[in-house]
Design a protein around this ligand. Structure first.
Ligand code: PEP
Ligand code: MN
Length: 343
């Protein structure tokens, strides 16, 4: 196992950790890379609890070299992945805002929504053309036509676009038109689809399935990366629990937890995560506070008339309010991002 210390770690904090190991008679090896101190030790007997080590002051992450993933896991002293999409960075210090309707409903609707979200500060336009619906009788999306309307909205507004791909056969057509391919939660373990987007040269946004553990989520990302596509963005969108006050339970603790394990960016979708428009703004702020690299928000010019997910869509005024508030949160986050050694 490797313990990667924070950049600003003090010698007392390193000493404290080394003496903890000494007391347990565990041999350690201290390494100094360009900008980090890394402590290596052998946990063959399984007597060291990774989570316990994370509580020590000065520890940034603990890497288990026996973890089942090779490509998604954090490497010591390497910077996190930043994905560039049309001059927008996903994974850097500044959170990315992806916004738009649940479904592309018409040319007019998607172009109007694109302007609404762009004027209020969104960086990327979302909109489902191929919709994976729980019921076969619900609106299934405009498919190729929807994709063409989405593409038109990109041409008019200049916003890059993301849409979901649900079938391996559709990948070539969809990747030709969009800037980011989305894998929906229902397809997180559709391994053939993961392999197909793994061969694409477009970034992939991978949504966590409603029952996936952290390791399963990362192994799905590993599937994509193992085919050569290194540009994977993770997305937490809520999991199934017994709580019934919201559509799903937005599991925000996965954000800091997954950042300790992977170099990939992670964004949060509070729209599907709560299913309630009144909960989207507070949970967006909570996601930013938890360290998310961005947000994906459903916005509709007239939510009541939405073909899908009407209860969770924000109207333009609600989206404006969210963005203004998010800007304050982002400033606050920057101020606390790099605590001084004494902090
Ligand atoms: C979506 O983003 O349109 C969607 C269907 O989300 P999820 O896969 O998270 O349900
Ligand atoms: Mn939706």
């Amino acid at each position: 196992m490797l313990i990667v210390m924070k950049k600003e770690v003090s010698s007392e904090q390193i000493e404290q950790l080394l003496s903890h190991f000494k007391k347990q008679r565990i041999e350690t090896h201290l390494m100094k890379t360009d900008n980090r101190v890394v402590i290596e030790f052998n946990n063959d007997k399984g007597n060291v609890d990774r989570k316990q080590l994370l509580v020590f002051a000065g520890v940034e992450k603990v890497i288990d070299l026996k973890e089942p993933f090779k490509l998604v896991n954090q490497k010591p002293a390497e910077e996190d992945t930043v994905i560039e999409v049309n001059n927008i960075s996903i994974g850097g210090e500044h959170p990315v805002i992806i916004a738009g309707p649940c479904s592309v409903e018409s040319e007019k609707q998607i172009i109007e929504t694109a302007w609404v979200v762009k004027e209020r500060g969104a960086h990327i336009l979302r909109g489902g053309a191929f919709k994976p619906r729980t019921s076969p009788y619900s609106f299934q999306g405009l498919r190729e036509k929807g994709l063409q309307y989405l593409y038109k909205a990109k041409q008019e507004t200049g916003l890059p676009i993301i849409t979901e791909v649900v079938d391996t056969e559709d990948v070539p057509y969809v990747e030709e038109h969009v800037d980011i391919l989305q894998i929906g939660s229902r397809n997180m373990q559709n391994y053939e689809l993961l392999k197909a987007v793994g061969l694409s040269n477009k970034p992939v946004l991978l949504k966590r399935s409603m029952s996936a553990k952290l390791t399963e989520f990362l192994l799905s990302a590993e599937y994509i990366m193992s085919k050569g596509n290194e540009e994977v963005i993770l997305c937490e969108r809520g999991i199934r629990t017994f709580a019934d006050h919201s559509r799903n339970t937005l599991d925000l603790s996965i954000v800091p937890a997954i950042k300790q394990v992977t170099h990939l960016p992670i964004i949060v979708d509070p729209s599907h995560g709560t299913g309630r428009s009144d909960l989207v703004e507070p949970m967006s702020m909570a996601a930013l506070a938890a360290g998310a690299h961005g947000l994906m928000i459903e916005v509709h010019p007239n939510p009541q008339k939405s073909f899908s997910d009407a209860n969770q869509a924000l109207n333009p005024q609600q989206f404006s309010h969210l963005i203004r508030k998010a800007q304050h949160f982002i400033e606050w986050r920057k101020a606390y991002a790099n605590p001084s050694p004494a902090y």
